[in-house]
Design a protein around this ligand. Structure first.
Ligand SMILES: *Cc1c(COP(=O)(O)O)cnc(C)c1O
Ligand SMILES: [Zn+2]
Length: 411
């Protein structure tokens, strides 16, 4: 391990008992099995220094567990995606000020490129020889692409029933795509077993998970910077393992602590698909524990039945005055079409879930339509075409004559 391999990170800290662990491929506390998190000794960072950085996540490198020369090692350079003022969607939903953070334009078209870039840096600094992951689809795409660019062997594991485009989007980058007969939770268990048996494997979301997870902070950093170094009042985030949601909160807290934004209250809302809604169910029942479920939803990228960060999501949403909602598959499809037809953004089923939940949160009075709100679009609709392909298509099929066109009434 090089000096400064993890930037200003000083160690790993157990989220449950505060036990300290040295930086390395560790993810569970040896004392209580709680999850480990990266702990920092932050330098003084100014807005100007960040603004002078590259137009990708490395502009925030001082706040990430990466070396100061991170831009020099080949990676996919994700991030600094658009924050769009979504007036049409806001009008449709009755929200006064609404923004869409559009992460569908990342290198492999989902927010996963952010977390993978941080995991890749850790894998490299730890001299891993294989870069791997269990995935609900998008993560496999991001790992396979980043590994190709970095010249490190990749092996990616997916549930065998995954959408065909997501399989192709991995297989183009790697010859080691492994389809497993089982759910994501089965694939995840298998990955943990392999990580225990094989030396030198960096499973991005298993044994280097603390480093991987930090990548999601960049979503929070970017939203604040793009709002002119301000925090929004409300933010709606999809929940699979729950990592992204917890890290956006961590990012907002760090920005306040470093004086980069003014401290203020904000509410965080989670979005799940009803067919896999263990966190939403616990929120609604007022429970502290998450009961694992067997997923049955078209939102496959969110289909984690036993979410690792579920209890922390519950805590954050309750503590900030937010909520967690869920929508059924028809509402997911309606959410995809609503975003497409109001803002010209084609999202995948995860985004349909998030937009569907945004609507439900307003309709049920849980989200305040007068407050400035951000909704995150985490993925790209071309990867989940089947979800809506039978609901859209030509309005008419005609012969190439003016008379035929005129008869359609479309003029
Ligand atoms: C993985 C994923 C999520 C959720 O991520 P977690 O951090 O596991 O909660 C959301 N949207 C898309 C498109 C994803 O691929
Ligand atoms: Zn512990």
């Amino acid at each position: 391990m090089r000096d400064g391999a993890f930037g200003h990170a000083r160690g790993l800290l157990c989220r449950e008992c505060g036990h300290q662990v040295a930086l390395g491929p560790f993810y569970a506390c040896s004392e209580c099995f709680g999850p480990l998190e990266v702990d920092y000794d932050f330098p003084a960072v100014t807005r100007a220094e960040i603004e002078a950085g590259p137009p990708n996540i490395w502009r925030y490198k001082a706040l990430l567990p990466v070396p100061s020369d991170i831009e020099e090692s080949p990676n996919t350079e994700p991030g600094f995606t658009r924050l769009l003022k979504a007036d049409n969607l806001g009008t449709a939903l009755g929200i006064r000020t609404l923004w869409v953070k559009d992460d569908s334009t990342n290198p492999t078209n989902s927010f996963k490129d952010r977390v993978v870039a941080c995991a890749l840096s850790a894998a490299r600094e730890l001299d891993a020889k294989v870069f791997a992951c269990p995935s609900t689809g998008n993560l496999a795409n991001a790992v396979a692409a980043a590994g190709a660019r970095a010249g490190i062997k990749t092996v990616v594991f997916i549930p065998a029933d995954l959408e065909h485009p997501k399989q192709v989007n991995s297989a183009v980058y790697t010859e080691q795509l492994v389809a497993v007969n089982g759910t994501y939770d089965d694939v995840n268990r298998l990955a943990s077993e392999i990580a225990g048996e094989e030396d030198g494997w960096a499973f991005v979301n298993v044994n280097v998970r603390p480093f991987y997870a930090e990548g999601s902070k960049t979503l929070g950093f970017e939203i604040a910077e793009q709002l002119g170094w301000r925090l929004p009042d409300q933010i709606v985030i999809p929940v699979a393992s729950g990592s992204q949601l917890t890290k956006v909160d961590k990012a907002f807290q760090e920005l306040i602590k470093l004086g980069l934004v003014e401290g203020k209250p904000y509410r965080i809302f989670g979005a799940q698909a009803t067919g896999c809604s263990p966190v939403s169910a616990a929120f609604k029942d007022g429970r502290e524990v998450i009961r694992p479920v067997k997923p049955d939803t078209i939102a496959k990228s969110l289909a984690i039945g036993n979410p690792a960060d579920g209890i922390y999501v519950l805590d954050i949403c309750r503590r900030t005055g937010g909520a967690i909602e869920d929508v059924n598959d028809d509402e997911v499809r309606a959410g995809i079409l609503l975003l497409a037809r109001t803002e010209g953004i084609f999202t995948e089923t995860a985004g349909g879930t998030t937009v569907g939940c945004l609507k439900k949160l307003v309709d049920t009075g849980q989200l305040d339509p007068e407050l400035e709100t951000v909704v995150i679009n985490t993925g790209m609709g071309l990867k989940t075409l089947d979800a809506i392909s039978d609901q859209v298509g030509p309005a008419a099929t005609i012969d190439p004559s003016y008379a035929a066109f005129s008869a359609t009434g479309l003029a």
